[in-house]
Design a protein around this ligand. Structure first.
Ligand code: GRF
Length: 215
């Protein structure tokens, strides 16, 4: 049996995606949870699960480069095979991203490439889209535009608020993030030299989503 991979999870707040990963019985070792905020709720959850935690506060560093260098040093103490951004609210420098090429992933609450950045649910409602969702992708220097591993789509109701839509999307985030990481742990997902993602053996096609539903 190959050795279990180490993963390090980076958070900034609530940590519900991190918690979903802790509950998912992943075939890897969650070596540490690191936050850039001392008061991140997710730190408590991680500690309650017996996971090592650390805080590297961006407020303690003069610029992004210095912060990212300190963050990388803390991450590397755990010799991670995979670095997982789970609600980590800092823009990372190209040097940091390059250091972890092919082993740095993120979850974003939209069907990328639509709605990169913040306030994705508000943007989706404003545009009147009928389908919205979430994306797990490799991180590149191009914010929220790295190669896509898996996406989940949800219907948008005309009665939705940003909060109801966010809750529906988050439910799917908690399903697709563990799946993506399971594939990565089993070396089934690869970022090829052309910057595209391949999944082996070829993945199951998901079902279609029609929204609103047909009569
Ligand atoms: C999630 O919606 C995630 O997609 C986005 O930030 C939010 C984090 O939520 N990147 P949580 O901290 O995992 O609960």
């Amino acid at each position: 049996m190959p050795a279990q991979k180490n993963i390090v999870i980076l958070i900034s707040g609530r940590g519900s995606n991190m918690e979903a990963l802790l509950h998912a019985k992943l075939p890897c070792r969650i070596a540490a949870v690191i936050s850039n905020k001392t008061d991140a709720q997710g730190l408590e959850t991680a500690r309650a699960h017996g996971i090592a935690t650390a805080v590297v506060s961006h407020l303690d560093y003069a610029d992004r480069e210095c912060f990212d260098t300190a963050l990388a040093a803390e991450i590397d103490r755990h010799t991670p095979d995979l670095v997982v951004l789970a609600g980590f609210m800092r823009i990372l420098t190209p040097a940091f991203v390059a250091r972890y090429t092919g082993r740095l992933i993120n979850i974003h609450p939209s069907l990328l490439p639509a709605y990169a950045g913040l306030h994705t649910h508000e943007q989706a409602l404003r545009d009147g889209v009928r389908v919205h969702g979430c994306t797990v992708h490799f991180v590149t220097a191009d914010l929220d535009h790295g190669p896509i591993i898996i996406q989940a789509a949800v219907p948008v109701s005309q009665n939705d608020t940003a909060a109801t839509l966010a809750a529906r999307v988050l439910h799917e985030e908690h399903r697709i993030y563990p799946q993506a990481i399971r594939w990565l742990c089993h070396d089934r997902v690869r970022l090829n030299p052309q910057g595209r993602v391949s999944i082996a053996p070829p993945e199951q096609m998901g079902g279609p989503l029609i929204s609103p539903g047909l009569d």
